[in-house]
Design a protein around this ligand. Structure first.
Ligand SMILES: [Zn+2]
Length: 201
C-alpha cells in the first residue's frame, strides 16, 4: 500500500520511505527496520523531507507537539541509521554473509566474494593496506563505526575491517551507512530570506 510522505506530501511505495513512530513516552523514534509497534508515519529519507517533517509535518501527522528542532530531528535519524547499520552487520554475521578481520577480508576480496568493505573510522592502519586501495579509490569501501562498535555487535575485539559478501545485505548496509551522515539543509541565506520577506511584505 502506498504511503504519503509527511514531509513533501508525495505518495510513494513503502520501499522508498522510512517509518517514524511515536513512542510510549510521547517521543519520536525512527523505526528503520520497520518493525516497531505503535502509530506510524512515513517519510522520504531525504534532507528536504526530514526538514519539512521537523518543521511541523511530524506534529501534524501525530496530532501532537513534539517540541523538536530540526537539528535534533536529523540527529535522531542519524542515530537510528547507525543502530540500523550495526544491527544489519550483526544479522549478516549470523547469516554467514560477513567476514571480519584483515586476513578474512583480504581473502574475500581476492576470491571475489566481497560486495562491500567497511573500515572502522578509528583504524587508519587497516585502511592503508594495499589490497584495500582499489576499494577505497572506487568508493566501494565505506568508513563507518569503530573497532569497539564492531566488537560489540560481533562479539570479538579489535575488528577494524569487515566485508559483506551478499548483495542485499550489502545494499541495505550501504544505505544505512549513508544515512548516518545525512546532511541537514543549510538555513536560507540572508538574501533568500530578504526576497521571501519582500514577497510577503
Ligand atoms: Zn518526501
Amino acid at each position: 500500500m502506498n504511503r504519503t510522505c509527511i514531509g513533501c506530501r508525495a505518495v510513494s511505495a513503502p520501499e522508498g520511505l522510512v517509518r517514524l513512530v511515536a513512542g510510549p513516552e510521547g517521543e519520536l523514534l525512527f523505526d528503520l527496520a520497520g518493525r516497531a509497534f505503535g502509530r506510524g508515519a512515513w517519510l522520504h529519507p531525504e534532507p528536504s523531507c526530514l526538514m519539512q517533517a521537523a518543521r511541523g509535518g511530524a506534529d501534524r501527522a501525530f496530532r501532537q507537539a513534539f517540541g523538536i528542532v530540526p537539528s535534533q530531528f536529523f540527529q535522531l535519524f542519524r542515530d537510528a541509521a547507525e543502530r540500523r547499520a550495526l544491527g544489519l552487520i550483526g544479522a549478516a554475521r549470523r547469516a554467514k554473509k560477513l567476514e571480519a578481520g584483515s586476513s578474512a577480508v583480504a581473502e574475500a576480496i581476492e576470491r571475489g566474494f566481497a560486495e562491500l568493505v567497511i573500515v572502522a573510522t578509528d583504524a587508519r592502519a587497516a585502511a592503508s593496506q594495499a589490497f584495500l586501495e582499489p576499494w577505497i579509490a572506487s568508493g566501494r569501501a565505506q568508513a563507518f563505526g569503530t573497532k569497539a562498535s564492531f566488537g560489540a555487535c560481533l562479539g570479538r575485539t579489535d575488528t577494524a575491517l569487515l566485508a559483506v559478501t551478499e548483495p542485499r545485505f550489502a545494499s541495505e548496509i550501504r544505505k544505512a551507512i549513508e544515512w548516518t551522515s545525512l546532511p541537514e539543509p543549510k538555513a536560507p541565506s540572508a538574501r533568500a530570506a530578504r526576497s521571501i520577506s519582500s514577497e510577503v511584505g
